[in-house]
Ligand binder design. Structure first.
Ligand SMILES: Cc1ncc(COP(=O)(O)O)c(C=O)c1O
Length: 298
């Protein structure tokens, strides 16, 4: 927390904190995977996560006194100090720390904290039932989705709550002009005519690091064509396969949208293959992708 390692009980902020009252913070969600064979925790695509954090900071006018390399090093150090030899989830948060009343971003104090905790699956990975949300995805000109802003997760929470209360697992949100955007905390891919299709950055998505991983693995490992283009709602119903992906969700195949089965209504072969490869890659079992995995223990 602000350059010091402190016990969790001491990692507290004031109830008057700007970031708490107004959502003026940004964060990352990073996974570390325990590999029993090498007795190592691998932090996945740390550099990309911290580069994105600094982009979010730029948008929120937060200036951190740390470089990407500093942030990478403190992440590995935190897991070491916690002596975590298991799957973990790291959450760095950069936020406006002033205890004042007044909505703005300029002339405020920027603070930083990082936590690391054990983490299992975030959503079902054996076949998700989804619904198109009645909540629209936040728009770039209102609250930019490409920045991972704490306050904007209220939009995600509305959509996710509606899905859960409707008896579903996850929401799929549309943009204001009705194109498919993303899940509450996941990017989306559709298999259409044997090609993997995903919404472009301009459809108000968070530019996911897992999304980039899926694009690279699909091309390199499965020889698939990957297209970024706007997707109409009804293409969800006719897609051969659908998957959601994200650091939390990992690779989560979708078997149903709005009570309509996707493809055969079972996990499709492409999503299954991508999920299998992904889990090997993140656990450091694929030497050719070890560049993406930062080992925590020497
Ligand atoms: C809204 C949203 N979209 C997409 C993602 C996936 O991003 P990433 O793969 O970088 O975790 C996340 C979060 O993890 C998210 O919160």
């Amino acid at each position: 927390m602000d350059g010091k390692y402190v016990p969790a009980e001491q990692g507290v902020i004031s109830v008057r904190t700007h970031g708490f009252a107004y959502g003026t913070g940004c964060f990352e969600g990073i996974r570390g995977y325990w590999n029993e064979d090498t007795r190592q925790v691998y932090l996945f695509r740390l550099r990309e996560h911290y580069e994105r954090l600094l982009h979010s900071c730029k948008i929120l006018r937060i200036e951190l006194p740390y470089s990407v390399d500093d942030l990478i090093e403190s992440s590995a150090e935190l897991v070491r100090r916690n002596e975590q030899k298991e799957d973990v989830y790291l959450r760095p948060v950069a936020y406006k720390g002033d205890e004042i009343i007044g909505v703005r971003l300029n002339n405020l104090t920027d603070q930083y904290l990082l936590t690391s905790e054990p983490m299992g699956n975030y959503v079902e990975i054996g076949g998700l039932r989804c619904g198109v949300s009645s909540w629209r995805r936040i728009d770039d000109n209102a609250m930019p989705a490409r920045a991972k802003i704490t306050g904007s997760y209220v939009n995600a929470a509305f959509a996710k709550t509606e899905a859960l209360q409707n008896g579903l697992d996850e929401a799929i949100m549309l943009t204001h002009d009705g194109h498919v955007s993303e899940g509450s905390a996941e990017n989306i891919f559709l298999l259409i005519d044997g090609e993997l299709v995903t919404p472009p950055p301009s459809d108000n998505i968070l530019l996911g690091i897992t999304r980039d991983t899926v694009m690279q693995l699909a091309k390199r490992e499965l020889g698939l064509t990957v297209r970024e283009r706007s997707i109409d709602r009804t293409e969800l119903y006719t897609a051969e396969e659908i998957l959601l992906c994200g650091t939390g969700a990992q690779i989560a195949p979708v078997v149903e949208v709005d009570h309509s089965p996707i493809g055969t209504g079972k996990v499709g072969p492409v999503a299954q293959k991508l999920q299998d490869i992904y889990f090997d890659v993140v656990r450091g079992r694929r030497p050719e992708y070890l560049d993406w995995c930062t080992p925590v223990y020497a």
